[in-house]
Design a protein around this ligand. Structure first.
Ligand code: ATP
Length: 334
């Protein structure tokens, strides 16, 4: 396995804000701290060549996990091994094995043309000229790099800069590239270019990619596998197809009924099969597809309500994910 993560945890220690004057005075002499567990006993492995999505709601612990994998943060406990390296302990050698893009931070030289930044990176990472040229050709083809290759980084649009950041992260043919929110703030055209570039680099050069994103499109179009983290705990590890069935399948029948009968049909179905999810969408009644209610029986139940149309529908991946987050929130409250 290229990436091995075992019982990984991270605690942040933060000062407790004083509530009154007396506490403020005490705080000046000796501050009180509280410990917050942000990543808790996380375990996963990633094989070489995989493209994996690390997803979860805000504050779930995604960036903290990536920072520990890249060696920026030290784990409080547990073990990380990437390409045989301990990210923190072997930092000097390790940085040559990885590429990193953090949405907000730049690895390029602001006042220099993109070309100069790339050549500095080539020298820093000892990239042979032939390999450098091959990479540049790919960036030209996939990211249309020529449009802005000779312009200073500070003059680029956000989308152009992010394309350069991605290209820079892959420039030295690292074993693995970590992408934290690479498409944040980009328009649809730029997102599509960015995804095309990442896909090509993952597939053509076999570079392993771990990507975090709140944009479900990035996850659906780029990754084959999902790591779902919530409140610091890994809640799901599997393929996108597995996630669909795990999160309730997401397959429904949608029946268009007579507008005046649709509410009565909903009541009837709920009474008939209380465990089966049913929902109203205007004049459409949606019923989860499940073995416990065979199609013939469903048609019989709906017959009195003037069905004018019936079609299978698949729930959007985004809805499934959102439902999964909400279910976890409810679990935590119970
Ligand atoms: N430097 C820090 N000091 C204290 N707490 C922190 C620090 N960095 C992150 N946290 C806390 O750790 C938790 C996880 O944060 P993290 O940034 O890893 O989440 P995330 O999943 O990347 O969130 P988002 O999607 O909003 O970027 C949050 O509760 C956050 O407030």
């Amino acid at each position: 396995m290229l990436i091995q993560v075992e019982n990984l945890s991270r605690v942040y220690r933060t000062p407790i804000a004083p509530k009154n004057w007396a506490e403020r005075l005490k705080h000046l002499v000796r501050a009180n701290y509280e410990d917050k567990l942000s990543v808790s006993e996380v375990n996963f492995n990633i094989a070489a060549g995989e493209c994996v999505g690390l997803v979860g709601p805000n504050g779930a612990g995604k960036s903290t996990t990536i920072k520990m994998l890249t060696g920026i943060l030290e784990p409080s406990s547990g073990r990380v091994l990437v390409a045989g390296f301990h990210p923190q302990r072997d930092r000097v050698k390790y940085v040559k094995k990885i590429g990193v893009v953090f949405g907000q931070r730049s690895q390029l030289w602001w006042d220099l043309p993109v070309k100069d930044s790339f050549e500095i990176l080539q020298a820093l990472f000892d990239v042979p000229q032939a390999a450098f040229n091959a990479r540049l050709d790919l960036f030209r083809r996939e990211a249309l790099l020529d449009e802005f290759y000779h312009r200073p980084v500070r003059t680029l649009s956000l989308g152009q800069r992010m394309l350069c950041e991605i290209a820079a992260a892959f420039l030295h043919s690292p074993d693995v590239v970590f992408l934290d929110e690479p498409t944040i703030g980009l328009d649809l055209e730029m997102k599509s270019r960015m995804r095309g570039l990442i896909r090509k680099l993952n597939q053509e050069s076999g570079t392993t990619v771990l990507i975090t994103s709140h944009d479900v499109g990035d996850i659906e179009r780029l990754t084959q596998r999902l790591l779902l983290i919530d409140k610091g705990t890994l809640r799901f590890d599997g393929s996108l197809a597995d996630f669909r069935s795990h999160a309730g399948d997401g397959r429904w029948w949608a029946a268009r009924l007579h507008p005046e009968l649709v509410a009565a049909a909903e009541t009837q179905l709920r009474a008939h099969h209380s465990a089966l999810p049913v929902r109203l969408r205007g004049e459409w009644l949606e019923i989860a597809r499940h073995d416990t209610l065979p199609f013939a029986e469903l048609m019989q139940l709906l017959a009195p309500y003037s069905v004018s149309e019936l079609k299978p529908v698949e729930q959007e991946f985004e809805e499934l994910l959102h439902g999964f987050y909400l279910a976890n929130q409810a679990e935590a409250v119970c």
